[in-house]
Design a protein around this ligand. Sequence first.
Ligand SMILES: NC(=O)c1ccc[n+]([C@@H]2O[C@H](COP(=O)([O-])OP(=O)(O)OC[C@H]3O[C@@H](n4cnc5c(N)ncnc54)[C@H](O)[C@@H]3O)[C@@H](O)[C@H]2O)c1
Length: 367
Amino acid sequence: MVSDIISAKDLHKVNPVFGQLSFDNHEQVVFCNDKDTGLKAIIGIHNTVLGPALGGTRMWQYANEWEALNDVLRLSRGMTYKSAITGLNLGGGKAVIIGDAKTQKTPELMKKFGEFVHSLSGRYITAEDVGMETADMDLVREVTPYVTGISESKGGAGNPSPITAYGVFMGMKAAAKYKFGSDILEDKTIFVQGIGHVGESLVEHLVDEGANVFIADINQERLEEVRSKYGVTIYGGSDIYSESMDIYAPCALGATINDDTINKLQAKVIAGAANNQLATEEKHGKILQEKGIVYAPDFLINAGGIINVYAELEGYDKKEIMRKTENIYNTTLEILDSAEKNNITTNHAALNIAQNRIEERKKENSN
Ligand SMILES: NC(=O)c1ccc[n+]([C@@H]2O[C@H](COP(=O)([O-])OP(=O)(O)OC[C@H]3O[C@@H](n4cnc5c(N)ncnc54)[C@H](O)[C@@H]3O)[C@@H](O)[C@H]2O)c1
């Protein structure tokens, strides 16, 4: 209870939603609660200028509600810019369910969540994120049409993770081309942190290309599984950031580039799937720029998944999905060049393009 931690007369100082740091003029924030199923979720709708807010649902055992709110605000904002820079007619949204996906996720809880999504009448469309499977989206589909990433057998585009991984691979190759003069990753030492749905698929591409791949995860079973499947090396140390490497690929959770890690970083390129890799975009982006570390903006290179789920809405085919995802290579190179030319961070350069597209559409809509 709030009254346990702060007296009522001090509540106005807290600014729990609109005044908090991660709030970025979000259009709508919806708190969902259901006693019977134990559902506690927050849906963040950041911006719908380009279209309905589409973004996955993450189920995670947050330390507290502040952390969950902060996450959904950051993630939904990221989705706005991801869709904008990828040229999709989608806005940005995201949902978080507070809880342990392994022990607290039930079909009833997923369907109840779907009912909350439905109550927004299509302003928010959901999909998978961390802690979610295609089967969960199938359950949501039973109560609302505002869901993507459902099984192919049910008319969906299936699990978006392999496409996300392919896009990350394209973005990584572009960043390598920019930094090393060649996009061939053979013999490059690459650390993949987080070998879940996307991480494993990325490992497969890297191994095919002959890279020297190290993997790290908090799940020992996954590590063994991926090692035996691809013959990669499990990272045995305790501080991945201090290791000498060519490329660091964050594919677990966000904010791994932060005050504690940034000065230790030995990588020459950062290119991974995780959303919101920079704890503070401008500050940490700038430090990376000064250190000469090429950062491929996360929301640009991990857009394969959203391209894949967008196909479900627009009805375009696999070939078009792959073409759009492959184009992440060209967009990444353009952004790295533009950042250098304008002496701004790569993140900033990517944001500029995304924000311009939204502003232009806003003008068109008001005419
Ligand atoms: N799935 C997609 O299509 C997609 C699209 C865009 C962005 N992303 C982002 O990519 C990241 C990975 O997504 P996913 O679908 O593969 O999730 P996932 O849940 O399948 O995998 C995440 C993996 O990270 C591991 N992990 C968690 N904390 C860790 C830590 N501190 N150190 C090392 N490993 C840790 C987990 O054990 C798990 O194996 C997420 O940040 C997600 O938001 C995913």
